[in-house]
Design a protein around this ligand. Structure first.
Ligand code: ZN
Length: 107
C-alpha cells in the first residue's frame, strides 16, 4: 500500500514536472543554483587570495628589532624605530642587469 502510493507520486511528479515548462524551470533553477554556488566559491576564493596577497605585501619587517608587523605606518609598533623603506629587492635585478651587460662586452 505504501509502496504503490510512492510509485503513484513519483509517476505524477515525472509526468507533470519533467516534460512541462515547470520541469524545465525546476531544472533551470537547479542549474542556476549550481552556477551561483560555483561562481560564488570562485569569487570568494579569488577575493581571499587577493586579500591574502595584500596582507602579505603590507607585512613589514623591522630592521631594528626584527619584528614582523602589519601596519601602513613607517614606525615599528614594537620598538618605535623609523623604518627606511629601502627597495633592496628592486636593486638586485638592476645590479644583475649590469653584470649581464659586462658579460656581453667580454664576449
Ligand atoms: Zn622594531
Amino acid at each position: 500500500m505504501n509502496k504503490t502510493s510512492t510509485f503513484i507520486w513519483v509517476s505524477i511528479i515525472l509526468i507533470f514536472l519533467l516534460p512541462s515548462t515547470a520541469g524545465r524551470f525546476f531544472l533551470d533553477m537547479a542549474g542556476g543554483i549550481i552556477l551561483i554556488i560555483f561562481f560564488g566559491t570562485l569569487l570568494i576564493s579569488g577575493i581571499g587570495w587577493l586579500s591574502w596577497r595584500q596582507l602579505k605585501a603590507n607585512i613589514k619587517n623591522c630592521d631594528n628589532c626584527g619584528a614582523n608587523y602589519f601596519s601602513e605606518s613607517e614606525l615599528c609598533p614594537v620598538c618605535g624605530s623609523h623604518q627606511n623603506l629601502n627597495n633592496s629587492e628592486v636593486n638586485i635585478p638592476a645590479s644583475s642587469a649590469t653584470i649581464d651587460i659586462n658579460a656581453e662586452e667580454t664576449d
